[in-house]
Design a protein around this ligand. Structure first.
Ligand code: IMP
Ligand code: MG
Length: 183
């Protein structure tokens, strides 16, 4: 049967929906404290779509009025390891020059994804390119890149849910979980 539960796979909750919601409220306050000018929020798709959706609503409650445009980057294939290469598969169409930009991503790992996005918006004349990630994993960075804002430090395990996937599955889960496969 299609989509039948796989008995060899389980998902342990790492960050619950309630924990995530509470943390995002704090993050939005930290972003607002920077008093960004003409803020453009750029979620990196697909993994950050749920995080970004919750974050921009929290930014509204923190009295910000951001514009939102999307950047789709691909670096992972259908595997749980990074190919090391980042490609733009859907570009930002909004004007970037002279604006404060907040790049939003799901996970900071090697930093290649964030570094690529940051270089792209600065190259187009952004006044500043701030970065905000849901999860920061303790792996060696490929270069000088850090998140200006982060919701959680994350253990070095493969996570799914709250927008994040394995081969495009599990994005709909309302929590961040550790995907465990017995074999
Ligand atoms: P980086 O470019 O090495 O920093 O990798 C970050 C990107 O890899 C994130 O935007 C995710 O899309 C993906 N990624 C890294 N770790 C995981 C994971 O545990 N689950 C799902 N996607 C991941
Ligand atoms: Mg991603």
């Amino acid at each position: 049967m299609a989509n039948a539960p796989d008995p060899t796979t389980r998902i342990d909750v790492i960050f619950s929906a309630a924990e995530i919601a509470a943390r995002i409220k704090v993050l939005a306050g930290e972003v607002a404290a920077r008093a960004p000018h003409d803020l453009l929020v750029v979620p990196i798709l697909k993994g950050s779509f749920i995080f970004a959706g919750d974050l921009v609503r929290a930014l509204h409650h923190a009295d910000l009025t951001p514009e939102i445009d999307f950047l789709t980057l691909a670096s992972y294939g259908d595997a749980t390891f990074s190919s090391g290469e980042v490609r733009v598969t859907r570009d930002i169409t909004s004007e970037i020059a002279g604006r404060d930009v907040l790049i939003v991503d799901d996970i900071l790992e090697t930093g290649r994804t964030l570094a690529h996005a940051k270089a792209l918006v600065l190259d187009r004349g952004a006044t500043s390119a701030m970065t905000c990630v849901l999860l920061d994993k303790p792996v060696p960075r490929a270069g000088e890149i850090n998140a200006d804002f982060k919701a959680f430090d994350c253990p070095e395990v493969f996570v799914v849910g709250y927008g994040m996937d394995l081969a495009n599955r599990y994005r709909e889960l309302p929590f961040v979980g550790n995907l465990i496969t017995d074999n």
